[in-house]
Design a protein around this ligand. Structure first.
Ligand code: PRP
Length: 177
C-alpha cells in the first residue's frame, strides 16, 4: 500500500507575515544606505524573497542562484552544485543571501565560500527557517525567522519532493502507512 502524507500546521500566514515584517525591519536598519544585492537561492526562497523585498523601501538589487543538493529525493546528497549562476557582479557589493531553510548547512557553506571568492564588500545570510538539529557544519544566520523541528518542512516556497511549495502556511509532512 502506498503511504499518504499528512500535513500538520507549524506557522500560519499571519505568523509568517509578522516574522517577514520583523526581518524586513532588521535588514532595513542595517542596509538602508548600502544599496545591497539580495541573492535568493532557488527554488525554495522565491516566495519569501517576493514578500520580503516589498517591505524594503530603499534601493536594492535582486539576483537568484539555483543550487541543488537534494535532486528530486528527500535527503541531501551532500554534494552541492550550481545549476544556474549569477548574472550580476558581486565584487565590492554588500551581499545578503536569502534562504528558505538551513538544514545540514552544506548548501549555505558552499554558497558562502562560492560568493566570498568573488570578493563582495560584505556577505551575510538571512534564512526564513533554521533546522539546527540536522546541522553537519556550523552556519551563522544573521537574520533568522523561525527555528523548526526535525520534520519535513513544507509550504511558503518549501517543497517535499517538489510538492506543497504553493501552500501559504508553513507546516510539516507526516508520512503514515
Ligand atoms: C533546500 C533549501 C536550501 C537547502 C538547505 O534546497 O532551499 O537551499 O535545501 O539544505 P542544507 O542545509 O541541508 O544544504 P533544495 O536543494 O531542496 O532545493 P529547492 O530550494 O529547489 O527546493
Amino acid at each position: 500500500m502506498s503511504s499518504q502524507p499528512k500535513l500538520k500546521l507549524l506557522f500560519n500566514r499571519e505568523e509568517i507575515g509578522a516574522t517577514v515584517s520583523r526581518l524586513a525591519d532588521e535588514i532595513s536598519q542595517d542596509y538602508r544606505s548600502q544599496h545591497p544585492l539580495l541573492i535568493g537561492v532557488l527554488k525554495g526562497s522565491f516566495v519569501f524573497m517576493a514578500d520580503l523585498i516589498r517591505l524594503l523601501d530603499f534601493p536594492l538589487e535582486v539576483e537568484f542562484i539555483r543550487l541543488s543538493s537534494y535532486g528530486r529525493g528527500r535527503e541531501s546528497s551532500g554534494k552541492v552544485k550550481v545549476v544556474q549562476g549569477l548574472r550580476s557582479p558581486v565584487k565590492g557589493r554588500d551581499v545578503l543571501i536569502i534562504e528558505d531553510i538551513v538544514d545540514t548547512g552544506l548548501t549555505t557553506v558552499f554558497l558562502l565560500d562560492y560568493l566570498r571568492r568573488k570578493k563582495p564588500a560584505s556577505l551575510k545570510l538571512c534564512s526564513l527557517t533554521d533546522k539546527p538539529s540536522r546541522r553537519q557544519i556550523p552556519v551563522t544566520i544573521d537574520y533568522l525567522g523561525f527555528t523548526v523541528p526535525n520534520k519535513f518542512i513544507v509550504g511558503y516556497g518549501i517543497d517535499w519532493d517538489e510538492k506543497f511549495r504553493y501552500l501559504p502556511d508553513i507546516g510539516y509532512v507526516e508520512v503514515e502507512d
